[in-house]
Design a protein around this ligand. Structure first.
Ligand SMILES: [Zn+2]
Length: 360
């Protein structure tokens, strides 16, 4: 997880676009200006940018007298002229894009702020992770272990739908921020899980999101779908990740002894009760060891065959459902195993709905 965050941070601040130049004669300020300006235009191309600033890194190759002259003639003028020619706003405090004219590296760099799109995704296969798993040897940079890909080959919602976001926005990369996450083997059904896609260095921003949505839903049919796409700001990422949601799950439960509809009749349906969960064994490396109180309501219980039944249940935010079913060696109390008096475990799990505050 830490590696992934480092990776994101570095991707975030990168100057993704660049163009090199080779002029070495700085004696004629007019000519330097014109050469730099045409390179700037070339780098800018057709990119959709609203506000910008141009910074200059001088280095020591240019002697100090010449540098002072150039500073006077270039720095201010190039911002003004570039704004005028392309009908863009100069913004020194919070620019949407930053050009950096780097004389020592003979390169002009361009960084464009990310854009953010909210949506909800559903997932219909038990083999798709939410986000890309980066290689644990190189942390995503590419090495012999991951065959220079930086990640492993499992499909993820992030990468599957992200490819279409990249294509529409002509973006360099994407990061999916989810409102929580389901395990890879858990289906995400119903209206889907809220997410915000962070789109890195987009060349295009005027996107008709309905077209993107339709193409994703058509091309990824049977795997992943999205709905409710809309533009948001970076400020909405933290609340999205932190807002608690109740959820409705459907579980296929396997009992270790033969069960009957009489056994199933022991469940009290429609009544909310408290469950105390000590941090489960399977996540104890990642989470602080503590007791958490969760709320569970059993909604429906149906016998499937002698050893299986299905359960529909509503749980409060952060309930470990698989452990609520098994009991996790008495770390979760009460549990389905305990109520039934028969050891049980969850064979299949689907999220039927992630509830918004207004439909709870
Ligand atoms: Zn690697």
């Amino acid at each position: 997880m830490v590696r992934r965050l480092m990776h994101i941070k570095e991707k975030h601040k990168e100057y993704h676009y660049q163009i090199s130049f080779d002029f070495t004669d700085f004696s004629n300020e007019e000519k330097v200006f014109n050469d730099v300006f045409s390179k700037l235009q070339e780098l800018f191309g057709e990119k959709e940018i609203s506000s910008f600033k141009i910074g200059i890194s001088w280095g020591k190759e240019i002697d100090s007298v010449q540098r002072d002259l150039l500073k006077k003639s270039l720095q201010h003028k190039i911002n003004l002229e570039f704004a005028k020619k392309n009908n863009l706003k100069i913004n020194f405090s919070d620019p949407e894009s930053v050009f950096l004219i780097h004389f020592p590296k003979k390169t002009i760099f361009l960084r464009i702020n990310p854009v953010f799109v909210y949506g909800r995704y559903s997932k219909y296969l038990r083999s798709i992770a939410q986000t890309e798993y980066f290689c644990n040897k190189c942390g995503g940079y590419g090495c012999w272990y991951c065959k220079d890909t930086g990640h492993f080959s499992e499909d993820s919602v992030e990468q599957l739908i992200g490819d279409y976001f990249k294509k529409y926005f002509l973006a360099k990369d994407i990061i999916l921020h989810g409102a929580g996450r389901e395990d890879m083997d858990v289906l995400m059904l119903g209206k889907g899980r809220p997410f915000i896609m962070q789109i890195i260095s987009p060349e295009k921003k005027t996107i008709f999101l309905k077209n993107l949505e339709d193409e994703i839903n058509q091309k990824l049919k049977g795997k992943v779908s999205v709905n409710s796409l809309k533009f948001v700001t970076s400020k909405e990422v933290s609340p999205l990740k932190d807002t608690p949601h109740n959820k409705i799950y459907q579980a296929l439960v396997k009992a270790e002894q033969k069960i009957t509809s009489q056994n199933i009749g022991q469940f009290v349906l429609g009544k909310e009760f408290s469950v105390i969960q000590t941090t489960p064994v399977r996540v104890e490396k990642r989470r602080t060891m503590m007791d958490r109180e969760k709320k569970v309501t059993l909604i429906e219980a149906k016998l499937v065959d002698d050893f299986h039944f299905s359960l529909v249940l509503k749980t409060s935010h952060g309930t470990y459902v698989k452990e609520f079913i098994s009991g996790d060696d008495n770390r979760t109390k009460p549990s389905v195993s305990e109520i039934l008096g028969v050891p049980c475990y969850c064979e299949k799990l689907d999220v039927l709905e992630i509830m918004d505050n207004d439909n709870e």
